[in-house]
Write a protein that binds this ligand. Structure first.
Ligand code: ADP
Ligand code: ZN
Ligand code: ZN
Length: 724
């Protein structure tokens, strides 16, 4: 039997595809090949070369062409991707598609690693000096007279339709295309501070492990100097000629970190995030692959960057749920970072002020080494936290007199206040006082949020919107009353209450435009009073040295939620937001307004801090046999009809092996049984042992697509789901 190529193709099917080798060219594992697929062609990645054919080889098609003479994906990435597809029960082709930038998934030659530039010719310079005017082209000539610029630079330079201008100027011989010189190392413009002993100990521990795999958890409050530890480790990796990968949950909120890295390290930094132009993403990926670049900073998918000279991998804010991909290939970037570190034989450092219970359990089990930063160089002392009991208080738009009083004292001192409310819009419910009717989304059967400025009701689950009714559709009463508060309403209330003080709202609506977040915060004067109102976007990013009071309102939903992770999330959020208070020389203060002042989680959090609260939460999880002490796979399914959902989940349930190593819950409705007009259901499979779980679920997952009901529903599998 002839040997065949086994190829991963970017389709959501749980298999690899067999092809005969192309007539010319040698296809290696990790090379891309062009193959006939369906009625067209597809670019795939060779996973095996000497495979035995699964089907009669006469029926196999032949691969058309090898795109890479030598593998684009190295052995380590290939092994990691195979592991990831198996672990997260993903389609192998989708795992590879996640790993490769879009441009590298096309049948095209690899882009040059440096972007071409436009530059002035001699004629262009003389024309400019002679002051010639060439219509709208002069602005471009002027801009290029300061030096060559790449397409990306020009796109961001606010030059209008510069492409048309470039065409005219190049036809006239005034500008030409050129090669960009590779970025040269600049000198670090910012010296490193002398590390304090805890930082030194952390850097020492991790760099001791530079030539082997070891996982570390760096636990330190905001401002304790974690980023300085990352920088020192990256510097050490660079000094040994090695590469470093730094993952962050969201780049938009971390431009300060980008600047800090650039200023400090004095080498080019690749920054990978979702807004990056595809050409830039592909070039950055290739520069890391060639070793031309040494440092990459990026969000979730940057975990797939090639690291042929890996030195260290760092995951900042490791508890952040943004690391979990919630659609398609549902991998967790933090967990994948650990897998990569192991196969690359390098240390991995997870950092957080509020470590996930998973990571804390790994410390407890001896799998990770804990490193602590307890002191806080940037703050004189930790913020003082106080609970405001809201029961029996006269509230003004949800704000208690004690809270308003403290806000007014703070701004009178010329300092700034952050009012945190994790809900955008004006009010989460619009209620009729006449009959109790409230506005529900017809597609989700959940209350719609009132957005006053737009005079609309918007469903935050499916984005369905409708105009504000003038009267109650049920009884005709005009008395429609907003219930509860969103950020928009708090902004209005605070503006009315403190007319002399600027009130800035920061949520998804006010920061829709790129850079809007930075611009809004840039409007704050370091030495003038101001009030910020916003959602959890405010928990991160940007130092605010004059911010001394954080008021947390409306977190009670998190105390009452049925989701077993709600307590952990609430504790993390409260600590992260509270950490914004009191940097620089001024002490900070935190107020937490609640109807449940005696709730055990709040009590342990406020009296003993996050570590103690997390310990309590972990022991609850252990007793209830919940993750991280049990392992879960969730089958989700949705369809237009409830019956179709039930039928498929019933078939899936019946197809599961009967073994006492698995606990099965369901089929049952999802926590939101209806969303965007689709009925939703789920089947939860749990086990105390990950091995048992995977052994049982792996063959089952392969059969799901063949079940008779599968074609009538949308379904997906989620390994280690983070929301049920
Ligand atoms: P984190 O990442 O834990 O929030 P950072 O590393 O950003 O903390 O440190 C907070 C502030 O303290 C920064 O302004 C940083 O420059 C400063 N800082 C950190 N470590 C030191 C140190 N050893 N000496 C002086 N300043 C420090
Ligand atoms: Zn009514
Ligand atoms: Zn809806």
């Amino acid at each position: 039997m002839p040997s065949v190529l086994r190829i991963a193709l970017p389709v959501p099917l749980p298999t690899l595809f067999d092809y005969l080798p192309p007539t010319a060219g040698e296809a290696d594992v990790g090379s891309r090949v062009l193959v006939p697929f369906g009625r067209g062609k597809a670019v795939g990645v060779v996973v095996e070369t000497e495979a035995a054919a699964n089907v009669d080889s006469k029926r196999l098609k032949r691969a058309l062409r090898v795109l890479d003479p030598s593998p684009l994906l190295d052995a380590e990435l290939m092994a990691t991707l195979a592991w990831a597809a198996d672990y997260w029960l993903g389609a192998p082709g989708e795992a590879y598609a996640n790993a490769l930038p879009l441009l590298l998934r096309e049948d095209k030659p690899l882009p040059e690693t440096q972007e071409p530039v436009w530059q002035l010719t001699h004629a262009g310079r003389s024309a400019l000096d002679a002051g010639s005017r060439r219509g709208g082209s002069r602005a471009l000539l002027q801009t290029l007279s300061e030096g060559p610029l790449s397409v990306t630079d020009l796109d961001t330079a606010a030059l209008g339709d510069w492409r048309a201008a470039a065409r005219r100027l190049s036809e006239a011989g005034l500008i030409e295309r050129g090669e960009q010189a590779p970025p040269t190392a600049t000198h670090p413009s910012m010296p490193a501070p002398a590390l304090h002993p805890e930082q030194q100990a952390a850097v020492h521990a991790v760099s001791e492990a530079f030539d082997r795999f070891q996982a570390f958890l760096l636990d330190g409050v905001t401002g304790s100097g974690k980023t300085e530890v990352y920088l020192a480790l990256i510097e050490r990796a660079l000094a040994q000629g090695k590469q470093a990968l730094l993952l962050v949950p969201e780049i938009g909120l971390a431009p300060q970190t980008v600047r800090r890295l650039r200023d400090r390290l004095g080498v080019p930094i690749e920054v990978l995030h979702s807004n990056l132009a595809e050409g830039e993403r592909a070039r950055a990926w290739l520069r890391m692959r060639s070793g031309e670049s040494k440092v990459v900073l990026g969000t979730r998918s940057a975990v797939f960057t090639p690291l042929p000279q890996a030195g260290v991998i760092i995951v900042d804010e490791e508890h952040d749920s943004a690391y979990k991909q919630q659609e398609g290939f549902r991998y967790h970037a933090r967990d994948l970072a650990l897998v990569r570190a192991r196969s690359l034989n390098v240390p991995v450092l997870l950092g957080s002020a509020t470590p996930s219970l998973e990571s804390l359990a790994n410390v407890e089990a001896g799998r990770y080494q804990a490193l602590h930063l307890r002191s806080r160089p940037a703050a004189s002392r930790p913020p003082q936290v106080q609970i405001i009991d809201m029961r029996a208080q006269r509230l003004e738009h949800g704000l208690s007199p004690a809270l308003l009083h403290t806000v007014s004292e703070t701004i009178a001192r010329g300092e700034q206040v952050l009012v945190f409310r994790n809900r955008r819009g004006y009010a989460p419910v619009l209620l009729c006082h006449g009959c109790g009717w409230h506005a529900d989304c017809p597609r989700c059967e959940r209350p719609m949020t009132l957005h006053a400025a737009w005079r609309r009701l918007i469903c935050h689950h499916c984005d369905h919107t409708s105009p504000l009714p003038a009267s109650c559709p049920a009884c005709g009463s005009q008395e429609l009353k907003p219930q509860g508060q969103g950020t928009e309403r708090l902004e209005e209330a605070l503006t009315a209450h403190f007319p002399q003080t600027p009130v800035l709202r920061i949520d998804r609506e006010t920061t829709r435009r790129r850079d809007a977040f930075e611009q809004l915060l840039g409007r704050l004067h370091a030495d003038a009073p101001a009030i910020l109102v916003g959602t959890q976007m405010l928990a991160k990013g940007h130092d605010l040295p004059n911010l001394t009071l954080v008021a947390i309102v409306g977190v009670d939903e998190g105390l009452l939620s049925v989701d077993f992770r709600a307590g952990e999330r609430l504790a993390q959020l409260v600590v992260q937001v509270a950490g914004r208070a009191g940097r620089a020389q001024k002490p900070g203060r935190v107020l937490l307004q609640t109807h449940h002042p005696d709730h055990p989680l709040l009590r342990s959090l406020l009296s003993q801090g996050y570590a103690a609260a997390a310990k309590d939460l972990l022991s609850e999880r252990r007793q209830a046999l919940l993750p991280p002490y049990a392992h879960q796979v969730l089958l989700r399914c949705d369809a237009h009809q409830r019956d179709t959902v039930d039928a498929f989940l019933g078939e899936a349930r019946a197809a599961l092996p009967d073994t006492d190593t698995l606990q099965i819950a369901g089929p049952m409705p999802a926590p939101m049984p209806l969303r965007a007009g689709r009925h939703r259901g789920q089947l939860l499979i749990e086990s105390d042992h990950r091995r048992h779980l995977h052994a049982a679920v792996r063959p089952w997952a392969m059969r799901l697509a063949q079940l008779p009901g599968a074609r009538k529903v949308r379904w997906s599998l989620d390994v280690d789901p983070i929301d049920l």
